[in-house]
Design a protein around this ligand. Structure first.
Ligand SMILES: Cc1ncc(COP(=O)(O)O)c(C=O)c1O
Length: 380
């Protein structure tokens, strides 16, 4: 199979990720932070070590400010619902994923106002609209680092600066960029950073995290056993316990750490350069085909390694079905959980065929993908 669905989840995972998870399952898969026996203590130490590795990668000074979650959706829900209360106002954009839009829409019922900034047709953010949307009660700005539809990279440092200057919290959805693009929570004025472990961080599904700036106190999404202050019926205040109730995904967290170590061994910049070159080649070739419409910036420096396109007049699901069944090529059609992004680029009806590349994608594979597109084009 040619796997061009890294935007959904990276596959296959590096060997050391798999080995790390097996090691966790075989050697120390006791319940961390609970019992005092050796295996439980080792699990705690290994998780702490993983927390340090993940935190270091994003320049998070105190690893305890990093909360492990099930995925990016859970991290975004905690960030959004943990911060906002009745009477607050939140700003976001039309390029967001439903994991941002739905929590924000759900909060309307609780009296939280929102402004959704309309982005340009290539998915880019009109920066002046951020400033213009700020109200007296604006408490939070939520912005994706890159659209999962068009790949459009957003100016997070610039928006972070505006937010910081205006005393507004800034939450970044790094689902499409964490692991590949430089993210420094200090330099980019990020107060909350949500990321999945299973995309470009190369960890397994069921992993993710939310970074919470020191001193920021969120409402909890869940309460329960933490292994600390067990005599109290109230959720402990200490971090990460406050937000990490229940048995953690120990093998998943170890896999996430291994994913980051793989990136560090390869060099994040090298992986980025490789993926940029794949996008550049792909864009160059598909742009020559007059029956193909390509969306987004059409520039490998302005987009993460996803390219959305359509065969003019053809349903995106039909094309994806042909790619899968005839050519054994995995892509993602439809709406990509981002209806407003599709509305922005004008594909709400047709959907789009998303090709997304990753660390393991080769130039030869991309060439085969292009050949398949040409074959379909010649037969339609
Ligand atoms: C931009 C964006 N945000 C959030 C998510 C949700 O991530 P997860 O599936 O890890 O919950 C995705 C998933 O594709 C995404 O692309």
């Amino acid at each position: 199979m040619l796997y061009f669905d890294h935007g959904a989840t990276s596959y296959p995972k590096p060997k050391n990720v798999i080995a790390g998870m097996i090691r966790a399952l075989e050697d120390f898969c006791a319940n961390p932070g609970r019992a005092g026996h050796q295996s439980a203590l080792q699990a705690s130490r290994e998780i702490y070590d993983a927390r340090e590795v993940v935190a270091g990668f994003f320049n998070i000074k105190d690893p305890k400010q990093l909360i492990f979650t099930l995925n990016c959706t859970e991290a975004l829900n905690l960030g959004i619902k943990g911060v906002l209360k009745s009477g607050d106002h939140v700003i976001t954009t039309s390029m967001e994923h439903n994991s941002v839009l739905r929590p924000i829409k759900a909060l309307e019922k609780e009296g939280v106002e929102n402004t959704i900034i309309q982005c340009n047709k290539d998915g880019s953010l009109p920066l002046e609209k951020v400033d213009q949307s700020i109200q007296e009660n604006t408490r939070l700005i939520v912005l994706t680092h890159s659209s999962n539809l068009t790949g459009t990279l957003m100016p997070i440092a610039e928006v972070g600066k505006i937010a910081r200057e205006r005393g507004i919290l800034f939450l970044v959805d790094a689902a499409q960029t964490a692991g590949l693009y430089p993210i420094d929570v200090e330099k980019m004025y990020i107060d909350l950073l949500a990321a999945p472990g299973h995309k470009s961080l190369l960890g397994p599904q069921g992993s993710g995290f939310l970074y919470i700036k020191e001193g920021l106190y969120l409402k909890t999404l869940k309460e329960g056993g933490t292994g600390s202050k067990s005599q109290d019926f109230v959720q402990p205040d200490i971090l990460p316990d406050r937000y990490e109730s229940g048995t953690p995904n120990t093998p998943g967290i170890i896999g996430l750490k291994e994913g980051i170590q793989y990136i560090q061994q390869q060099g994040r910049e090298n992986l980025l350069r490789h993926e940029e070159s794949l996008v550049k080649y792909f864009l160059q070739e598909v742009s020559k085909l007059d029956y193909i419409e390509v969306y987004g910036p059409k520039d490998c420096k302005k987009q993460s390694p996803v390219v959305a396109l359509n065969f003019r007049g053809m349903d995106s699901s039909e094309i994806a079905y042909i790619l899968d069944s005839v050519f054994n090529i995995a892509v993602r059609p439809g709406l990509h959980c981002a209806p407003l992004a599709h509305k922005t680029i004008g594909t709400l009806e047709q959907g789009a065929v998303r090709f997304s590349f990753g660390y393991s994608t080769t130039m030869e594979e991309v060439a085969k993908g292009i050949e398949a597109i040409k074959t379909i084009g010649s037969e339609l």
